[in-house]
Design a protein around this ligand. Sequence first.
Ligand SMILES: [Zn+2]
Length: 187
Amino acid sequence: MPNRLINGWLQNVKKVVSPFYNERPANTAITLLVVHNISLPPKHYGGPYVEQLFTGTLDPKADPYFHTIYQLEVSSHLFIRRDGEIIQFVPFDKRAWHAGKSRFNGRENCNDFSIGIELEGCDDEPFTDPQYQQLTAITRLLQQHYPIKDMTGHSDIAPNRKTDPGPYFDWRYYFSLLKQQDKGDDI
Ligand SMILES: [Zn+2]
């Protein structure tokens, strides 16, 4: 599990630098964590295509679906695969392009003040325990560096456009894991 963060990068995780980021507005604290799901093609796991999408190198001929998305300029800070592998694309202090038109507690443009985490998955299937474990560890680590107060889903900040992370993302389990770690269990 990653336990160090230097200059906005997790240490000991795979790093794939995305061109799709920019500066956060001046004096904008990072207060929100946004959970997403993605799989490319949809519901297919383990391929190279999410990394390709987030680096602008997706081949539109590799799958019929890719025609509709290969020109998107999108990214997230992190991608957590089904087996728990973590890939980081954008340093946390920069603004990744994951939320799009969005609003949280009346505040627009969530990319400005959030960190985006994509879980490899879809709206129709549970996520894996390694994904919850990694997400929890990362949340705790990020909270040591940034004043993150809230965790939310993409569908909550863009309700008319987005459905991820979907009904199978178990918020109660995620929050219970966070609480357990709060107690300092270390067995
Ligand atoms: Zn999303």
